[in-house]
Design a protein around this ligand. Structure first.
Ligand code: GLU
Length: 315
């Protein structure tokens, strides 16, 4: 299928059906991969059973198919990767890059800015105690160049603090699983919404500690409703019909600034995708952090201030 070394991916959490916000992420990643003749993978991030909605992994996959967004190979389920996560945590602990922490989330939230101050760094918390595992950070500036948002700099210790790779409830953290799996699947460019921009320096840091190569990043705009809330499962964004819909796909192309010709609205999704792959221009998304949509999904405002985008705080 692939005629380049490009590998992209879409990595939904199965916490609800596909909605318009996640369609945008899937479509942007798909078009970026396919326009380069690359591979596009789908990974179901089912590492947090308490947050999972039964049946949503399948319904997301059926909806992707309905919109013609077909992926390469088989879907990777993170729930099948626990041994790899366990081994990585053990390796980080053994190398002194991580330590056990007995602080609860409530305690951490009470610290200035909710940023963990490293109190357990030298507390000698043992494996038998109820504890999370945190990665040791430092204050050096960690910078990367995002293809759409430009240079991003964080000082991890000050901006996010030592971060969790394994939770107190023993579940593995998003930051760990996503980093290991993007590497495991050979992903060369991570295309996802700006709401995950804050997480990227942690993933780059973790790759450094684990000796993994660094991919490229492109964080695209996120869709907001009229009140400025991100369209998400959490804010009750409507589920998209699993059979897909030409007019909804057309709207997604418009939101992604691709200026599809009006006649295309009535064409089947397969024809819309052919046009979109041929005409895909990711540079149209440069420096846009979000768009506000009205109830009919028309863009009513385009925003450039990425700091105004509420960041997901994946566990
Ligand atoms: N699973 C995450 C989500 O659904 C996305 C992870 C990613 O793209 O890095 O929000």
């Amino acid at each position: 299928m692939s005629d380049t070394n490009y590998v992209g991916r879409f990595a939904p959490s199965p916490t609800g059906p596909l909605h318009f916000g996640s369609l945008i992420a899937a479509l942007a990643g798909y078009l970026e991969a396919r326009s380069q003749g690359g591979t596009w993978l789908v990974r179901i991030e089912d590492i947090d059973p308490p947050r999972e909605v039964p049946g949503s992994a399948d319904s997301i996959l059926r909806a992707l198919e309905g919109f013609g967004l077909t992926w390469d190979g088989t879907v990777l389920y993170q729930s099948k990767r626990l041994d790899a996560y366990r081994a990585a945590v053990a390796g980080l602990l053994a190398a002194g890059h991580a330590y056990r922490c007995r602080c609860t989330r409530r305690v951490v939230n009470q610290q200035p800015g909710g940023i963990y101050g490293g109190q357990c760094r030298s507390a000698g918390v043992t494996a038998g105690e109820e504890s999370s595992v945190r990665v040791l950070t430092n204050q050096l500036p960690l910078a990367f160049e995002d293809a759409l948002q430009g240079q991003i700099v964080q000082r991890l210790e000050l901006d996010v603090g030592d971060y969790v790779v394994q939770r107190r409830d023993r579940l593995f953290a998003y930051q760990l699983a996503v980093t290991l799996d993007d590497d495991y699947q050979g992903v060369t460019e991570i295309v996802r919404g700006c709401d995950l921009l804050d997480s990227t320096p942690r993933q780059i840091h973790l790759r450094g500690l684990l000796g993994l190569s660094q991919p490229a990043y492109a964080h695209h705009l996120v869709a907001l409703d009229q009140s400025g809330q991100k369209l998400s499962k959490g804010t009750g964004a409507a589920a998209l019909a699993p059979k897909g819909s030409a007019s909804v796909l057309f709207q997604a192309l418009e939101v992604l600034c691709q200026i599809p010709p009006p006649d295309l609205r009535l064409e089947p999704v397969s024809d819309q995708l052919i046009w979109a792959i041929k005409n895909w221009d990711i540079s149209r998304l440069q420096k846009i952090s979000s768009v506000k949509l009205d109830e009919d999904r028309n863009v009513v405002q385009t925003l450039h201030d990425r700091l105004a985008i509420p960041q997901i705080q994946p566990q």
